[in-house]
Design a protein around this ligand. Structure first.
Ligand code: COA
Length: 187
């Protein structure tokens, strides 16, 4: 990887009242490990395994390629008043999936302050405005009730629950431009 062009120093994608959301830098590797290497926090994310340093390196390279290919990918989230990564969000197409999918995860130390909701709301507005995306999905573990709340509060609609080939299930959420969501229960 050493020969590859480093990720740009600081490309701001959007702001929310408290946060700024920017492209990844190669120096975000430790922050990535702090968030996605937290075994307990990751129990309902992806395959439930915490990420390794090698996987973080690969993810940085994949994200760099996504910026070039689509103009978006995963981003870092910082507080406007205090530099330092507190979490990550982004729009991705896992395994070449056609539908753009919203992703997010934050350091445990900032949970419970509306940070994820503010981020995802901003991300949806950014996706529409900047990239003309009119349909977004999110996939969650059926048990990840905090994440369901975040998506509902951000204006997404609860979709179907689908069985996966490994025996797990996924609760899907959807957002379609112009569609207003009714207040929905959290579970
Ligand atoms: C899920 C996660 C993103 C939430 O971040 P956050 O900044 O704490 O979220 P917010 O403060 O914006 O909102 C959380 C909501 O969930 C609710 N909540 C928290 N724990 C809950 C639980 N166990 N059961 C039900 N609701 C819960 C909160 O009360 C809040 O809702 P409210 O505002 O109506 O009270 C964060 O915990 C995280 O990063 N987890 C690990 C990664 C992850 O799961 N990512 C999502 C993958 S789909």
């Amino acid at each position: 990887m050493a020969h590859m062009k480093p990720l740009a120093e600081s490309v701001l994608e959007f702001r929310t009242p408290r946060l700024l959301v920017r492209r990844w830098r190669d120096s975000d590797l430790d922050a990535l490990l702090a968030v996605y290497g937290d075994a307990d926090a990751m129990r309902w994310v992806g395959d439930g395994r915490p990420i390794t340093r090698d996987e973080c390196q690969q993810w940085l390279a994949v994200t760099r390629a996504n910026y070039g290919k689509r103009g978006y990918g995963m981003f870092a989230v910082e507080k406007q008043v205090q530099p330092g990564v507190i979490g990550f969000c982004g729009i991705v197409h896992p395994g070449g999936q056609v539908e753009p999918e919203v992703k997010y995860a934050f350091l445990r130390s900032v949970w419970g302050r509306g940070i994820a909701t503010e981020t995802v709301s901003g991300l949806i507005a950014y996706a529409t405005r900047r990239h003309r995306l009119s349909f977004l999905v999110a996939s969650t573990a059926p048990e990840n009730l905090a994440s369901h709340r975040v998506l509902l509060k951000s204006g997404m609609r609860r979709g179907s629950v689908r069985a996966n080939s490994d025996g797990t299930r996924t609760q899907w959420f959807e957002w379609r431009e112009g569609e207003t969501t009714d207040p929905q229960p959290a579970t």
